[in-house]
Design a protein around this ligand. Structure first.
Ligand SMILES: CC(C)(COP(=O)(O)OP(=O)(O)OC[C@H]1O[C@@H](n2cnc3c(N)ncnc32)[C@H](O)[C@@H]1OP(=O)(O)O)[C@@H](O)C(=O)NCCC(=O)NCCS
Length: 211
């Protein structure tokens, strides 16, 4: 699925659910995430090229391109026996920032979560104001860490963060990041998300028929 966005820069940006054609972007994606983490002075969850490639091949990633140039990325992952789903690895290339691209990428990633795992709670951990804003618009609310998944594999992802000692010291109850959660039992999707979910399901039906 592909949507074309005008986001206030001079080029048209396409936002796609990534597929095999995008595997060649893996190293650029990882380099961009790492460089941004250095600038922010944060640690990052360790992601191998193989892991990101798998996400792309499984259709669990969103990629934004300006022509062929990499502009942004995000992927989804499930935890706790698919009771929880999270968007991770959100990144927008410096020169495309400040025009609403992250918001569009997150909308698509969120819609992908809602289309594939309609019963799952969608959550995220973030220390960034932009992501808090975007999440709030999508219907996430701040929660305590106890309301997130207890899947050990998820929490191991925090080990690469320079604030991990805080998490350990507090028995995983508190840390620097804000936990945010969207519970489908108590929240309603915005029309823009409902439309994206419909489009994703329709395309997946067509693709499944063609297989
Ligand atoms: C965070 C990031 C993805 C934002 O990308 P972006 O395309 O510039 O974001 P958007 O333009 O879609 O902004 C979304 C909202 O956040 C706000 N925002 C953007 N950057 C912000 C910042 N640094 N501080 C506060 N608010 C910010 C925008 O004003 C916008 O709000 P609005 O809808 O009320 O206007 C980008 O800066 C980035 O890649 N940073 C490095 C990696 C990172 O921090 N990832 C998030 C990990 S949780």
């Amino acid at each position: 699925m592909e949507t074309e966005q005008k986001i206030g820069v001079d080029v048209d940006i396409t936002i796609n659910i990534a597929n095999d054609e995008h595997v060649g972007y893996v190293q650029t994606i990882l380099d961009t995430i790492e460089a941004a983490a250095k600038v922010r002075g944060t640690g990052i969850a360790k992601r191998s090229p193989e892991y990101v490639e798998l996400k792309i091949k499984e259709g669990k990633a969103i990629i934004a391109l300006a022509g062929k140039e990499f502009a942004g990325f995000c992927y989804i992952e499930t935890w706790g026996n698919k009771q929880f789903v999270a968007n991770s690895g959100l990144i927008v290339v410096d020169k495309f920032r400040g025009h609403g691209l992250a918001k569009k990428i997150k909308q698509m990633a969120f819609a992908l979560c809602r289309a594939r795992y309609p019963e799952a709670k969608v959550f995220g951990l973030t220390s960034g104001a932009a992501v808090m804003k975007i999440n709030t618009e999508l219907g996430y609310v701040p929660v305590t860490f106890a309301q997130l998944t207890d899947d050990e594999a998820f929490w191991r992802g925090c080990q690469g963060c320079k604030n991990h000692d805080v998490l350990e010291r507090t028995d995983r109850k508190y840390c620097i990041c804000t936990a945010m959660l969207y519970d489908p039992a108590t929240h309603k999707d915005k029309p823009v998300i409902k439309d994206l979910v419909k489009q994703i399901r329709k395309e997946e039906k067509i693709n499944n028929k063609q297989k």
